[in-house]
Write a protein that binds this ligand. Structure first.
Ligand code: GLA
Length: 379
């Protein structure tokens, strides 16, 4: 585990969504920081404003340090960090373990200590460290470790977000967790249902390996929330939010807070879902069973013996479907033993009342939508 980190995951918008990738300016990040405060994002718990790829000038400065693109960030990153901090927020930045970033800008290879010190001197609070353009997997592993140690040596608490496992077949997650605070395991998310579905399918397929490793200080990262853009329907947005909570995923949004619908905002700021995502027990959820044809049941153990339960309808056509399952299936038979109180969190909050252990639950779910519940034993 790296130094100085709280148990909570980290949440913040990650401003590199498809139509703004590589065109972000100081002005954009300032406006996003302003929106974060004015529109309640900070109060909901979103705390990072993150710069993704392409922020650098094409060459390092005379002392070999990374420097910001002088046109897009004329006053440099330190000044931007000061502004973001003045709003009670934190700043994330991006670099790459290899010779170049994924978009072809200077990478940190051979400069790990210098870059870590530069980021710390600017007041950076999070580093997303990408994995493009390494000459070998050994160099990639060495680079990820060296940057982790270099960040620690700065003495500043900097969240270390890796893409290391994505490049490995199979990854050694025990080792990765010693160095990284979260790590991308799979392909980049896109603003589409097929992308969200592929991430969920991959996660379910690999859950025996990845679920047990997640916990305070080290989390699997299924990539950003794309809610609030153009590609997901209302039900699919609910599914992303519910499942990112079940998966204990870091919540980073990739969207434009200046142009976001009230509905997307309500969903992204839903306190009950964020509380499930950030539950202090720090256990990642997993897929349980298929219910009827296209329903999938997931659960996540929460603190106080509670469980979050998601019922996802993978059917893409037709109308709402009923899925019925026994409460004895949940929490290895203990979630509702001898009885439990059930609350629906998504798509709308509603108390369902108290059920006994031997009851079945019938849940109506829209195509590609999810019903998210909490189940709390009543003793
Ligand atoms: C990689 C990462 C993405 C994004 C791009 C930027 O593809 O996985 O999240 O940072 O690089 O170039």
């Amino acid at each position: 585990m790296r130094c100085g980190l709280s148990r909570a995951q980290h949440r913040g918008p990650w401003f590199c969504w498809p139509h703004h990738c590589c065109t972000g300016t100081r002005q954009l990040f300032v406006e996003m920081a302003d929106r974060m405060v004015a529109d309640g994002w900070r109060d909901a718990g979103y705390e990072f404003v993150c710069i993704d790829d392409c922020w650098m000038a094409p060459t390092r400065d005379g002392q070999g340090r990374l420097q910001a693109d002088p046109k897009r960030f004329p006053s440099g990153i330190r000044r931007l960090a000061d502004y973001v901090h003045s709003k009670g927020l934190k700043l994330g930045i991006y670099s790459d373990v290899g010779k170049k970033t994924c978009a072809g800008f200077p990478g940190s290879y051979n400069h790990y200590d210098l870059d870590a010190q530069t980021f710390a001197s600017w007041g950076v609070d999070l580093l997303k460290f990408d994995g493009c353009n390494s000459d070998s997997l050994d160099l990639l592993a060495e680079g990820y470790k060296r940057m982790s140690l270099a960040l620690n040596r700065t003495g500043r608490s900097i969240v270390y977000s890796c893409e290391w496992p994505f490049y490995l077949r199979p990854p050694n997650y025990t080792e990765i967790k010693q160095y990284c605070n979260h790590w991308r395991n799979f392909y980049d998310v896109y603003d589409s249902w097929s992308s969200i579905k592929s991430i969920l399918d991959w996660t379910a397929l690999h859950q025996d390996t990845i679920v047990k490793i997640a916990g305070p200080g080290g989390w699997n990262d299924p990539d950003m929330l794309v809610i609030g853009n153009f590609g997901l329907s209302r039900d699919q947005s609910v599914t992303q939010m519910a499942m990112w909570a079940i998966m204990a995923a870091p919540l980073f949004m990739s969207n434009d807070l200046r142009h976001i619908s009230p509905e997307a905002k309500r969903l992204l700021q839903n306190r009950e879902v964020i509380a499930i995502n950030q539950d202090p027990l720090g256990k990642q959820g997993y897929q349980l069973f298929k219910v009827q044809q296209e329903g999938w049941l997931w659960e996540r153990p929460l603190s106080d013996l509670a469980y979050a339960v998601a019922v996802l309808n993978q059917q893409e056509i037709g109308g709402p479907q009923n899925f019925t399952f026994s409460l004895t299936w949940l929490g290895h038979g203990l979630a509702c033993n001898p009885a439990c109180s059930i609350r629906q969190v998504l798509p709308a909050s509603r108390d369902w009342g108290v059920y006994s252990w031997l009851s079945s639950l019938s849940v109506e779910v829209n195509p590609t939508g999810t019903v998210l519940l909490t189940v709390q034993p009543v003793l």
